[in-house]
Design a protein around this ligand. Sequence first.
Ligand code: HAM
Length: 420
Amino acid sequence: MNIKALNGFKDILPGEVELWQRLETLARDIFARFNFSEIRLPILEKTDLFARAIGEATDIVEKEMYTFVDKQVTMRPEATASLLRAYIEHGLHVQKPVQRLFTIGPMFRHERPQKGRLRQFHQMDVEVLGSTSPRVDAEMMAMGAMLLAELGLSVSLEMNSLGCPVCRPGFRTSLLAFLDERHQGLCDDCKRRSSTNPLRVLDCKNPKCREQVLEAPSLLEHLCADCADHLSGVQEGLEQLGVQYSLNKFMVRGLDYYTRTTFEFITGDLGAQAAVGAGGRYDGLIEQLGGPRGVPGIGFALGMERLVLLLQQKEAELTASGVDLFVAGLGEQSSRYGFGLTHALRTGGMRVVMDLEGRSLKSQMKQAGKLGVPYVLILGENELAEGKAVLRNMATQEQQELLLQDEASTVQTLVALISA
Ligand code: HAM
């Protein structure tokens, strides 16, 4: 029996990996435009870190973590907790009052796998630590929206405010009273949650619960003056930057650390896995994890599998292979010459493919077509004897004769022609 990958764990094969690279390159470029620095974090952390950061009564901590029970360690289910652990451990707040950090990598959650939902998945995660300015919230959402727009994806942005320790208890009390009256109409999960984590009932996907909470009290109406001010500052910033959004009073998020702003980038094209990215503010978390007092934070993470699925669905050209030139040699002499020239071109920085199997010209041209290369250098026996070769532009079908000088000059000529 062949051994297969675990359910929910996926290989990313050549052909698809180019899309991942494109996504990552663009993200890095955009993160740099907004002055973010990269941080690389370990995959394994103490279990306690996630229990304290994400919350004991969340789905992630209750049932989705890959934990080595005997070692008390867990494969990270998200990046925020690890990033804050590193921020606190290395005293990064001392170096700079406001840190802008991003990290890219795999996360692990034992969820039921389906399209767009894996057990090992990848996030591009960004965090700003040390600023309460509502402009930062707006900037974060604008940055996410910019990345999605530059990928050519149309995704909507939903936002909510979850208030703070001042206003949330009052809201919780009125929500509990509301849920108490509707207890019988809730799904089993929500019956349980309504006492441990009542806010989660608001975003339960079960249609029964959705109907029950339609008239539920809204946090937006319970915000204290500071939270209300903050929210209007965020809205003003979004308007100034031209970011489209809608308020969703039911958005709660599956992690307990959020305060004030929360947001999700939502697509209608991936069925149930609608969120391609999500995040929010977590003003008390750094302190709660033993860090400096009063240092606020905000961030979000984009799900790379979901973005890649969207890119594939819109048939974004599966990146032309990135090859500059295909060298087609016909016969032993030409192949021998081509073999050396290919190496010299690669040394000169070009991406070159050459067929080393002695196939026919027709089959080599087919191969070049499949790769989507812009140019093919055809080395025929007779032409080579006359010190010539043919360079074919695959897009225009035009061919031009090339005089083969010494290798260095030929490389120079080809680089100039192809990069023109
Ligand atoms: P999250 O909502 O749990 O937030 O995940 C963020 C994104 O990761 C989701 O919107 C989704 O695109 C992707 N994602 C989550 N689970 C899976 C999965 N099983 N398979 C595929 N993709 C998935 C967080 O993780 C927070 N740490 C975000 C954050 C950063 N908040 C503040 N800073």
